[in-house]
Ligand binder design. Sequence first.
Ligand code: PEP
Ligand code: MG
Length: 750
Amino acid sequence: MEHINLLLDIGELNWVFKDSADTEALLQNVVKMVARHMQADVCSIYFFDEKNQELVLRANVGLKKNSIGKIKMKLGEGIAGSCLERLEHVCTEDSLAHPDFKYFPGINEELYKSFLAEPIVSKDSRVGVIVLQRKEDNPFKENDAQALRIISSQLATLIENAKLMTSMNQYIKKIKAAEWKPQLEAKFIKGKSASRGYAYARIAVIEDGNAFEDVEKMSFAQHSPADFYRAVKETEKQIELLQRKVEKNLTDAASMIFTSHLMILKDKTFINGIIEQINKGKNPPEAVISVTKKYIHIFLASPNEYIREKSKDIEDLAVRIIANIVRNEMELPGVKGRIVIAREMYPSDVLRLSSEQIKGAILISGGVTSHVSILAGTLGIPMVIVNEPTLLNVNRKAKILLDAVIGNIYINPPPDILDEFSDRLERKAKEAPAAMTPITKTRDGLKIQLMANVNLLKDLETLKELVCDGIGLYRSEFPFIIRSNYPTEEEQYFVYRKLAEGMPGKEITFRTLDVGGDKILSYSRKTKIDNPVLGLRSIRFSLKNREIFAEQIRAILRAGYEADLRIMFPMIYSLEEFLTAKEIVRQCAADLKEKGIRHNGAPQTGMMVEIPAAVEIISEFAGIADFFSIGTNDLIQYMLAVDRSNEEVAEYYLPHHPAILRAVKKIAAAAQTAKIDISVCGDMANSAAYIKFLIGAGITKLSMNPEYLGENQKIIAALDAKECRQLAEEIVGLSRVEDIEKMLWPEKYS
Ligand code: PEP
Ligand code: MG
């Protein structure tokens, strides 16, 4: 019981840490708390300094105050040093007699002979050592060692971050001591990881239209008409190259994202308008600005939303032309090689930014399961989401280190933090990729189908290096979201066929268009409304736009010729809706047959279970659907009334809320009774703790983002299905979130 309290306290400290920069005080609190709970006279935390290969005492209670920062020992030196070297705990009744003991005079250590040391290790590195000491009449026992092991595992991440924070603070102190007013303030901000990865780069802050507005305010040296002609040619070449690059890498999504740029650039009225002004004596950059402004005015006055959107393209184009006129003479706003900070982003923005090779992104609003995050993951853009609007005012010369693995943002980090990160990256690069086995099983032999969630064709490349049993969710909306118009049936067929060919012989689940909510089509007014997640989205949109829906279904049926094809309808909320959608599939197949077009005439048809109403009538659905896939991202959003894209309510978004877990169990039971296939394709399937529950609830098919396949196969191999079933059974009997947390994360509470 005492240990539980202790661990809870540490959990709370973690929170304090997130909001506070006073790391020293935090660590002191930790040692005080551990000493109190473990009834120790002395508690010390040593940090391991990787560069110097030595341990440094960073926090202590019980020894002389001046020892902090002064006591140092090499790896392998002293009891603590050898404990960390061997990665084994040391427990002795008489530390003075221990062969590894090293005497430090003047700190009173000799008073405390009972000694217990535990290494602190994070996933891939030595972090430090925690040491407890008591007077000799009160030796440590095996259960103390066990408790300290748990504490140490809890402390690992905290200390890794504290190490970085300490360097950051020392750096800031140094600057202050030198009375040198830094132009660039160093700062640490804690956010949430939306797409994993690291980046270190200068920033580009994107506020609506801000690049062009910034350029508008600049004054330029005089340039010649020849500079303008050259700049137009260079801009054209650069954009064509960008377009070609994107098309090569993202065949499905990127089609023509720079078309309007090229069209405007080749537009005689636009170019001649500028030339006319230049001929009248205007400086070329100013002529470009003036004509661009006229165009923006015309575009914005259009009743057509699509044309209004295009004003951004012309702004972007103008900045590119001016950059080519002035060349290296002055620095213009741009995003290449930068970490982009934006209030919000649409998927199309993410795609364009990716083609411009940004290094990372920080979003002020948005949620980690939103489609912008999902897309950033697919495109390999590290992304952190944090509700911190002051970031938009960061000095434009700042450099940021983005640790999007855990969600940390370091503004103008000092050299030691950078060294620490380059070491981490080096270690990562050396790690062999986790080799996967062809079959995924639990320890007691239960076979689990591991499926992949695919968003763009690019994911297929990642999958080549991995093992999966098929595609459990293809989010077909991505090619729709990032284009500037509805893709035709042929364009869709082209993409879908590549997908089918990429997974020969394996099951492929095409989810039909799931637009609306945060998946907005810029060219369709219909998806832009108040309360979009409760609006005309997803299957509702498809059934109201039958021709668009039928085109997609025909493209899927044609692409699925001779493939193990499944069609899945999203957001189904009534039996009628499902049956109507299924009937359209039947009609499309009949139509293709009549026309003699090759297609798959017998796909399985199933549904996403992601609306609470569907859970209530799930047994009836099981009678008409061939399969279910639980979309936990939306199911949680709707059941708990928490917008999944709103960072402000992120703490309410609890996958382990008892209502969610009971709903999952109920859906699984209905599928089992009706003997239909069931899987989970929401983000719950990515996470180790939830996988235990899902398997226990009888779900043996999990569809997840490709990056999780390797680690989850390992996690599953260590699970015992019987234990999972017991756990799930017990959990659905619990009503309090906290009690469920204790079951799902016992290591934090034992
Ligand atoms: C879900 O809702 O859980 C899901 C998998 O679909 P999406 O995230 O695309 O809404
Ligand atoms: Mg969904």
